[in-house]
Design a protein around this ligand. Sequence first.
Ligand SMILES: NC(=O)CC[C@H](N)C(=O)O
Length: 370
Amino acid sequence: MKQNRKLVLEDGTFFVGEAIGSDVDQSGEVVFNTGMTGYQEIITDPSYCGQIVTFTYPMIGNYGFNRDDYETVKPSIHGVVVKEANEYPSNFRNEETLHEFLSAHGIPGIQGVDTRKLTKHIRKEGSMKGAFTSVEEPIEAVVARLRDTSFSRNVVARVSTIKPYVVPGRGHRVVLVDFGMKHGILREFTKRHCHVTVVPYNTSAEEIRRLNPDGVLLSNGPGDPKDVQEAIEMVRTILEEYPTFGICLGHQLIALACGANTEKMKFGHRGSNHPVKHIESGSVYMTSQNHGYAVVESSLSHTQLEVTQYALNDGTVEGLAHLVYPCFSAQYHPESAPGPEDSNELFDEFIEMMEEAKGREKVLCQNVQI
Ligand SMILES: NC(=O)CC[C@H](N)C(=O)O
């Protein structure tokens, strides 16, 4: 393997390896994902906007990239770090290699890195900034540059849709607020015949009201939830008016809108086998996760939210429900893509919630007629 690219971390730790993908010296927050499969979905998940993802599974690219598994058409990840990038994918759906895919989308990568060492370092020291550079560039210069770089606070705006669009269906009318939506979420709604209107992240409560939805879905998305202030305002209003379901960033926005707090985690949860316990049933579900922030449990005591699910690995909050309004959320990805589909039923719960709300409306109308 060639030694023609370096990954330098903010604390001066560096890894030398072979350049793959695009030839750009990009920087980002270095995080790790432990999934054994699903690299295409991970690389195309907009929640990774601005991040450099280290894959702990040692060979990436072995089944190639195909036309079906995109989570968004235009990836916004800032780089990938792998132990070995497979050059000869073998799969009937394969269309291009990891290297070809990354090159086509301007994403840099590196192979030949001891990803186990890098992951252990991040676990110990926490996720941190990193940059790809040439092997010649002095470490001190890169570190100084990284210290001066601050992450963009505008990542949601980069990945959200600019204009609303409709994915027609004959079922419930859902307004899906796109903070960096994975296509998997849309797939779950179309599977259930919903009529989905996807709207930009900064759509106001008034604009949503004009669409007269049966329910509102707040999608996943990149960055710090506190950076999307206009959405927090909107969520505060809509959750009192419509059945509301929040996924990942959407979950965090519901918490903030209700007066709770969120915090940055040391190294986050990114993988496809995170056990989550549902308090009411006692059941444990394997979940697909990708988040670096979490809801602060102690901040929930003065809100109208209750914890419905916990992460079994570290006890962090994984699910919330509103005590008054039909509103609930999950910190993980019930749409999977990639990962287990155990929690798919949350979409059915949301459909039931919309049905119940419609039923209540009908009774109210009948009473008025009498
Ligand atoms: N997948 C997501 O929606 C991630 C939410 C948020 N950006 C976080 O890292 O916690």
